[in-house]
Design a protein around this ligand. Structure first.
Ligand code: DAH
Length: 366
């Protein structure tokens, strides 16, 4: 019901007008402030906007000072609106401030002078053993050899027996063997060991594969050795063997001569000297001309001009028989060499232990 009292009426209209006007003004203030914040590009203009709206004589602050002029029952609602607008402006200011600060850091990063010298990153490279391994595999693959892998924990059977090395054979003494403790297992003492040679794979592969075949087996071997410059208790070997019709010593010599020339260079000379290995007959040791002095004689080759590199021979008929291959029908050759030794020769290292050091200052030289 309208109050007929003219003073009162005017007063009521005023209040009505003030409330509407104030709410509108507050919303206007909010919208203007938000659009300023949106356009601001840097911290400075944000600080100015803050001052302009929230400062002591800022637009919102001044508008809030009008609050007490409103009738008591309206003040709470308008006050709440004003506070909400204040919060909105403050939040928008904070958000934009963090945005412009991170933008300017990115810009600063982008403007870094790229010509200023920096610390060079350390780039790794392939370990010498792996380099030698992949080169060896490449060469033999080109000759039709397939690569095989096998267990490092091996039985006496494959490591020795199949290879024509029965128990108490004196040649066992040349391969100081690390036997595994069989206590509490179904194996008898001395039955399981760490393989001393990659030749262990001859029996495993030949008993399962029908000839003809050409196989290359790289891998780690273990021996109970006193570690020094030329001996390690674990080192890499590569075994190779082929079985076919009418394979002879000349195939063996030709294959190894080709391999060494590819690996160490065409000027490499190769010589073979008779040697006994129980699993080959006849057996040989191969020597190559010294990689350091090229055969003239130096301390590396103990003044002989030659370095011993590998054992080889024609697979013994007993080995072929043990794996079920008829030695009257098939023949083959086998060879075994130390990959670690090949690496030291290739890179002219005077200490085998360099190959197992984790020291990058040494390894990055090769
Ligand atoms: N397995 C022998 C060793 O570790 C090396 C060897 C010699 C392998 C003669 C052969 C071979 O295949 O025919 O000393």
């Amino acid at each position: 019901m309208l109050n007929r009292n003219p003073r009162q009426r005017v007063f009521l209209c005023d209040i009505w007008y003030s409330k509407i006007a104030m709410e509108e003004e507050l919303i206007n203030i909010k919208n203007t402030a938000l659009s300023f914040i949106l356009e601001a590009q840097d911290r400075k203009s944000l600080e100015e906007t803050k001052l302009q709206f929230l400062g002591r004589s800022g637009k919102l602050t001044l508008a809030l000072k009008q609050l007490p002029k409103l009738p008591i029952e309206k003040r709470a609602a308008v006050g709440e609106l004003a506070n909400e607008i204040k919060r909105t402006i403050e939040e928008a200011l904070a958000e934009k401030l963090s945005q412009v600060t991170s933008d300017s850091t990115t810009k600063r990063k982008e403007s870094i002078d790229r010509t200023v010298p920096t610390v060079e990153p350390r780039i790794g490279h392939i370990h010498p053993i792996s380099q030698v391994l992949s080169q060896t595999i490449e060469i033999f693959k080109s000759l039709g050899f397939q690569v095989a892998d096998g267990p490092e924990i091996e039985s006496d059977h494959y490591n020795f027996e199949v290879l024509n090395i029965p128990k108490y054979h004196p040649s066992r003494d040349t391969q100081q063997t690390l036997f595994l403790d069989s206590t509490g297992t179904s194996y008898s003492p001395g039955e399981m060991l760490l393989r001393t040679q990659t030749s262990n794979m001859q029996g495993r592969i030949m008993e399962k594969t029908k000839p003809p075949f050409r196989v290359l087996v790289p891998g780690k071997v273990f021996r109970y050795e006193q570690v020094d410059a030329s001996h390690g208790f674990e080192f890499w070997q590569v075994e190779g063997f082929m079985v076919d019709k009418n394979v002879s010593m000349s195939h063996l010599f030709g294959t190894l001569d080709y391999f060494f020339k590819q690996f160490f260079g065409q000027s490499t000379k190769v010589k073979f000297v008779c040697h006994n290995f129980p699993f080959v007959e006849p057996g040989v040791e191969a020597y190559i001309s010294c990689v350091v002095c090229r055969g003239k004689g130096c301390s590396f080759c103990k003044r002989t001009g030659w370095v011993e590199i590998l054992g080889a021979g024609m697979i013994h008929p007993n080995v072929l028989k043990a794996v079920g291959i008829n030695p009257n029908e098939w023949s083959g050759f086998a060879f075994g060499t130390g990959l670690s030794r090949m690496a030291t020769l290739k890179f002219e290292m005077d200490d085998l232990r360099l190959l197992t050091t984790p020291d990058l200052r040494i390894l990055e030289q090769f």
